[in-house]
Ligand binder design. Structure first.
Ligand code: GLN
Length: 304
């Protein structure tokens, strides 16, 4: 299969979709990003890499970071993690408050904001310096020690984080948050403000395409079952209330972020990262979904 040629075709076909879309502007600094950018990177388990467009350009990974924090917390707690967070799709917007009251402060899954805030709280309980630990984990997986938190982005997010504070205080009232709420929201906003490129993300996500093995050393970081669980939750909750449409069109477990990234895996084969900041109404990259759909159609690869 000629992946280079396929990426070139995708780049040509995607161009008309890059204009008119809006970037996320509820975080002011994200609102300043140029919407007509596009990059894509593929890493196969054999060690081959393919890139197109702005694949090396750094952007705010936003909710893609939730996969890393969830994997860290799952490695720490195992099955007991599920006492504090569920594993069902929410069918609601990523920062929705609606289900939390009915479900007594237990978020539906680790990828909606409420769930990721609980995961942030868990990491804060376990690590003296969770900020450092998350970066260390991402450096190790991506092989890039220069990845950092963009402090200006974090500040911009914190200035408009009322919903995230509300979610966290609400969960604290059900005793599902142990640390101080402002500190949990600060740490959560910090990991969302990490900047990476498509190449960094595709390299790091080989953890999930290679059954939990460290992409560089081959050392086992997650068991096969844990990797299956993480991929399953990406499949059912990785794109919020458009998981059904995404499964139908793309057919890969994946995670999106409002910075415009979507990172997917074909277990046993490859990881794929795409970035384009113009979003659809659900907060997912519009051209990113389209590019992944073209990729799985052209390669005839999908988990289904
Ligand atoms: N940091 C963003 C927020 O909390 C993450 C949202 C996202 O990428 N879906 O709103």
């Amino acid at each position: 299969m000629n992946i280079t040629a396929i990426l070139e075709e995708i780049y040509t076909e995607i161009e008309p979709y890059l204009t008119e879309r809006r970037v996320a502007d509820y975080i002011p600094m994200l609102g300043r990003v140029d919407s007509n950018q596009f990059g894509m990177a593929v890493c196969t388990n054999d060690g081959d890499e393919y890139v197109i467009g702005s694949a090396q350009k750094n952007f705010s990974i936003q909710s893609v970071s939730k996969v890393f924090t969830f994997a860290m917390a799952y490695e720490l707690l195992g099955q007991s993690l599920w006492k504090r967070v569920g594993k069902e799709p929410s069918g609601t917007k990523f920062n929705s408050l609606i289900l939390l009251e009915q479900e007594k402060g237990i978020p539906r899954n680790p990828f909606i904001n409420a769930g990721a805030l609980v995961i942030a709280d868990i990491l804060m309980e376990h690590y003296k310096d969770p900020y450092k630990e998350v970066l260390k984990y991402i450096h190790e997986l991506s092989g890039n020690p220069n990845i950092v938190i963009n402090e200006e982005m974090k500040k911009s997010e914190l200035d408009y984080a009322n919903i995230n504070y509300a979610l966290t205080y609400f969960m604290k009232s059900f005793s599902n948050i142990n640390s101080h709420v402002p500190e949990v929201v600060d740490f959560y906003s910090a990991h969302c403000s990490i900047e990476m490129s498509c190449v960094d993300l595709a390299r790091a996500f080989r953890l999930f395409s290679q059954a939990g093995k460290n992409p560089w050393t081959g050392e086992k970081m997650l068991t096969k079952s844990q990797t299956k669980h993480i991929n399953a939750i990406m499949m059912t909750s990785g794109l919020y209330n458009s998981v059904g449409d995404f499964a139908y069109r793309v057919g890969l477990p994946a995670k999106s972020g409002v910075g415009g990234a979507i990172v997917g895996v074909l277990p046993g084969e490859m990881s794929i990262a795409v970035w384009s900041p113009g979003l659809d109404a659900n907060g997912n990259s519009f051209a990113g979904i389209k590019a992944l759909e073209l990729f799985t159609n052209k390669t005839e690869l999908s988990i289904y």
